[in-house]
Design a protein around this ligand. Structure first.
Ligand code: HPA
Length: 282
């Protein structure tokens, strides 16, 4: 399975994308770069003084093909802090390659983002953490067999993954959730390639392996964030119970609808998170 097209040089595209975006006035630093998942694009609507560029105009950026995903890069003010919002992501299941978000994450680094906040929609394996819950990711299990760095030639490809979900940013997320009065759970995310939803047996297996959530995204971006030396935090919006858990029988229309509703809580959490800098940040 191709992880990148032959002849595709990601760093050349990162440089070209940075030139274009700087010319559009997107200069850093940014307190954080945020990637929004299915139905969670509402976050971008809360930005002030936003400058927005469609992915289609940016070299090396993917064309997100899932309904519920935009395809816009925004720079603007959130809670008085300058942030980048990547509205929409490409998934490994779209083209069979996990590196589709490599150039956007490289651009986040190149534009001076201090950290990366990833959001997604997921199925929960814990009935008590039902639809509408917000869960901070503590770790992940990559069940896809894919990796965004397959084909990368430099030794930087051997990315260490202990502490991949940055402990200081995690503490900061919990403090923000407390301040905003939003319950925030913590859990381990199992990445399935998709695009079909999991079978009940697969969800049971993920549970036996220690997962709390299942989903089809985010893990490649965590790896890429580490590759580009960006501290990473991730928050999932539970849209359904995993297949076979209780009455869990996920459908895309349901995930989009629940994500859109729970997106308001997520937007408030992110606004509170961005409002204050983590104590440990340089
Ligand atoms: N499985 C995989 N991805 C998902 C799910 C799910 O149950 N819900 C939302 N995204």
């Amino acid at each position: 399975m191709p992880e990148s097209k032959p002849g595709f040089e990601p760093e050349t595209s990162v440089d070209a994308a940075l030139s274009l975006l700087r010319a559009e006035g997107l200069a850093g630093p940014f307190a954080c770069a945020i990637v929004t998942g299915t139905g969670l694009g509402a976050l971008a609507r809360g930005l002030e003084e936003a400058v927005s560029v469609p992915y289609a105009r940016i070299p090396g950026f993917p064309e997100p093909g899932v309904s519920g995903h935009g395809g816009w890069l925004h720079a603007g003010l959130l809670s008085g802090q300058r942030v980048l919002v990547f509205e929409g992501r490409a998934h490994a299941y779209e083209a069979g390659a996990a590196g589709a978000m490599r150039v956007p994450i490289g651009v986040a680094r190149g534009l001076g983002a201090r950290s990366l906040l990833l959001t997604n929609a997921s199925g929960s394996l814990r009935p008590e953490v039902g639809p509408g819950s917000l869960v901070r990711l503590t770790d992940h299990i990559n069940l896809s067999g894919l990796n965004p760095l397959i084909g990368e030639r430099s030794d930087a490809r051997f990315v260490p993954m202990v502490g991949a979900y940055d402990p200081a940013l995690s503490a900061h997320l919990h403090a923000a959730a407390g301040a905003a009065g939003i319950p925030l759970h913590a859990g381990i995310y199992a990445w399935f390639c998709g695009p079909s939803f999991e079978t009940p047996a697969e969800v049971r297996m993920a549970g036996l392996l220690g997962a709390d959530l299942v989903g089809m995204s985010t893990v490649p971006e965590v790896i890429l964030g580490r590759f580009y030396r960006l501290p990473v935090a991730a928050v999932s919006v539970v849209t359904n119970l995993g297949a076979g858990i209780g009455d869990g029988d996920p459908h895309h229309a349901e995930t989009k609808a629940v994500a859109a509703r729970a997106g308001d809580d997520l937007a408030r959490l992110v606004a509170a998170y961005v409002a204050r800098r983590p104590a440990s940040e340089p």
